[in-house]
Design a protein around this ligand. Sequence first.
Ligand code: GLN
Length: 466
Amino acid sequence: MPRTFHEAKAALAAGTASVAAMTKAALAEAGAKAQLNIFVELFPESALEKAAEVDAKLARGQAGPLAGAIISIKDNLCYAGNRVSAASRMLEGYTSPYSATVVERILAADAVIIGRTNCDEFAMGSSNETSAHGPVGNPLDPARVPGGSSGGAAASVAAGLCHMALASDTGGSIRQPASFCGIAGFKPTYGRVSRYGLIAFASSFDQVGPLAHDVADVESLQKVIAGPDPRDNTSSHRPFAVPQVPAKLKVGYYTQCVDHPGLDPEIKAHVEHQLERLRAAGHEVVPMELAMAELFVPAYYILSTAEASSNLARFDGIRYGHRAQQAEGVEEVFRKSRSEGFGPEVKRRILLGTFVLSAGYYDAYYGQGMRVRRLIRDNTLHALSGVDVMLTPTCPATAFPHGHISDPVAMYLQDIFTVQANLAGVPAISIPAGRHSNGMPFGIQLMAKPFDDERLLAIARHAFGA
Ligand code: GLN
């Protein structure tokens, strides 16, 4: 199977490939790499059926823009008639009654959906280790994590089991696994892509987006999923940006990010090298002050857990989810069902989120968190309004071995460079940057103004060769 979607399209046009043959190859390869635990479930029947339909459409010259694309979907996106579990025991056996808008759109564009990918439980995590389906092996070194929460999504692309993946990003869940697996991952502007049919974690942060080997493929998928949706009232009608790349770019960077004590020295050296390269190519490179950086992770974890505690209240064994067998009365059904259905990380977040929303503490934590978020957003927008893109590392380090980070706070600090984009609602992409001397890949992140998504992708392609 050709590695990328654009190569697949070229092979189809040249008559040297068929969608059915690629789908068969992808399914066989996924089976051969089953020990990586990337897929929770493959959809061989519907995938092969769709592939045959797309081949017939191609022969008639009537195929959609994603004809030839083999795509995986994260296990928190609803696909009518199929199981979806958010990698939780809570949703064991649950079948989606409808499809997410993004799933409908890629099918209408003639993509083949090959299966649903493993992830952290309810997308809470940075290593894919909180999944009820077990951890995922990084295809580049199975002893290491693929990142999270979209670990299976990134691994499905990096392992060559599909061309592209659809996933969600609440605080970095697309970009961090992309960095750990050596591929590209894009979090669109909040509101650019419909969240209808995405199992909610933190609704004011969540955004669906693509992962792929390169930015050209990210663009192909993003074009199909972006745009307003009457079923998601936070989806935007803002017109699409013209993806024009000025010959001379203004690239910002935060000195605090580059000098961050937790940043791996080789990643730091690479970022500095990139800045030097841009300067030498005639672009303007501007150092900027990052205000309130120490509050990004705390604000994110206060607000996202508050939203999660509210979103996950519906999983009570009655409205949704696992129901405890031995329970009497409503109260006990709720308590036992939730105790049995949720894993430890999800419980920790629900407890924290419920606490910060509780009457006596609401103002000190949730209210304060909201005010801090507003200031972070204002500062971020102000900084981004003066540049074409902002360059940062994606992650402080490369993929770590399984079981290596057991302290939750240390795990949360994985998100230091990625949560800003979610707090501010701006678009951000992680593009493959290089290889560390430990053999693992890492990415760099580019952020832009809200709704500058298309220009951001074009800049990533032209100025960074991604
Ligand atoms: N690692 C972050 C968290 O655990 C981000 C998760 C995400 O983006 N879904 O919350």
